[in-house]
Design a protein around this ligand. Structure first.
Ligand SMILES: Cc1cc2nc3c(=O)[nH]c(=O)nc-3n(C[C@H](O)[C@H](O)[C@H](O)COP(=O)(O)O)c2cc1C
Length: 337
């Protein structure tokens, strides 16, 4: 069942998606511990890496004992700057570099980065070559299916990237223009697999359950399945995929408390950490009885000890109520990639 990922062998095909503000060290470590085969970092700016700003260096923190291979996602539009940035990433421990070619956010695309690279496959390929030449590290890429419905050039992108020596191509099969609307078109993944030469094809999009993940593997023939939103508040999805149980209430409580503690340590400032952890509490409580009241309670709390007590109380008693009216308060429109 192990899968080749450039020079590395992954134990199985299930990996965590890069997610800005989510795929930070604490969540990646949690996902790895639950069995994820690979957890790429959120997107990190090449310019930020070159300046080695404190904010950017925080993105580079990782647990070398757990995170292997440590894959760093970088965004930028210029091959030379991307190569130099990747060298900095390597100095900080990166074992693989992933290039973001899917981010739809204007701040990113107006500099020719993220999904803007879909409009210039030769430049995308030049970035892969430059990074590999400068670092010797395996280089992967993550794309959308194209810029818009009239420019779904994923096969052309794949050809250029494969020629450039890219080791793996992840595809979120929606166009840049689509955002998160509609369903991910898994036929795009099938198509990429059919035309594949050397690169591993990583399927992504709308995998919410272990059954979805298996269905994606079987129907598309992809090498790896990448899970994003399906892992929010549910890192146990990886354990379930490997045949393990879903979490008991006590385990969920302990998992949330451990994640909170790691998050506080990572952020280094309890007040800020309590605020930035609220989104995780929203995801962890989703679908459990009383989740809406719990969320409005913790959204008022500023002290770490109060949040810990509220988490303890809520998750100890947590049972699913299958309530459809308890919608997740997550704004994916602001999400990247
Ligand atoms: C909160 C959030 C942040 C994201 N940030 C990134 C990112 O930094 N880099 C990236 O390549 N994709 C990013 N994405 C896109 C995901 O990696 C993934 O392609 C997308 O969510 C579709 O997969 P899913 O249906 O499993 O969520 C982000 C998605 C979300 C929801």
């Amino acid at each position: 069942m192990s899968v080749a990922y450039g020079p590395y062998r992954l134990p199985h095909p299930y990996v965590l998606a890069p997610m800005a503000g989510v795929s930070e060290q604490p969540f990646r470590v949690l996902a790895f511990r639950m069995g994820a085969a690979l957890c790429t970092t959120e997107l990190v700016s090449a310019q930020g890496l070159l300046r080695a700003s404190a904010r950017t260096l925080r993105y580079l923190r990782h647990d070398a004992l757990v995170e292997h291979p440590y894959s760093l996602q970088v965004f930028g539009g210029e091959p030379e700057a991307m190569a130099q940035a990747a060298v900095v990433g390597k100095q900080w421990g990166a074992e693989a570099i992933d290039i973001n070619m899917g981010c739809p956010v204007k701040k990113v695309t107006r500099n020719g980065a993220g999904s803007a690279l879909l409009c210039d496959p030769p430049r995308a390929a030049a970035i892969v070559r430059a990074i590999h030449a400068a670092t010797g590290l395996p280089v992967s890429a993550k794309i959308r299916s194209g810029w818009d419905a009239h420019h779904r050039n994923y096969l052309e992108m794949a050809e250029h990237l494969d020629d450039a020596g890219c080791i793996a191509l992840a595809v979120h099969p929606r166009t840049r223009a689509q955002g998160y609307a509609g369903l991910a078109d898994w036929n795009v993944i099938t198509d990429l697999v059919r035309h594949r030469r050397r690169m591993a094809i990583v399927g992504n999009g709308d995998v919410k359950t272990p059954a979805d993940a298996r269905r994606m593997l079987e129907t598309t023939g992809c090498d790896l399945v990448m899970i994003g939103r399906g892992a929010l508040g549910n890192p146990w999805i990886f354990r379930e995929l490997l045949g393990g149980p879903s979490p008991s209430p006590a385990e969920r409580r302990d998992g949330v408390l451990d994640h909170l503690a790691a998050h506080v340590e990572f952020v280094g400032e309890p007040f800020a950490a309590v605020r930035s952890f609220r989104k995780h509490l929203g995801w962890y409580s989703h679908g459990l009885r009383g989740a809406a009241a719990f969320r409005s309670e913790v959204n008022q709390l500023a002290q770490l000890a109060d949040v810990q007590r509220a988490v303890q109380r809520f998750f100890e008693a947590a049972v699913g109520d299958g309530a459809a009216d308890d919608e997740q308060e997550v704004d994916y429109r602001s999400a990247l990639g």
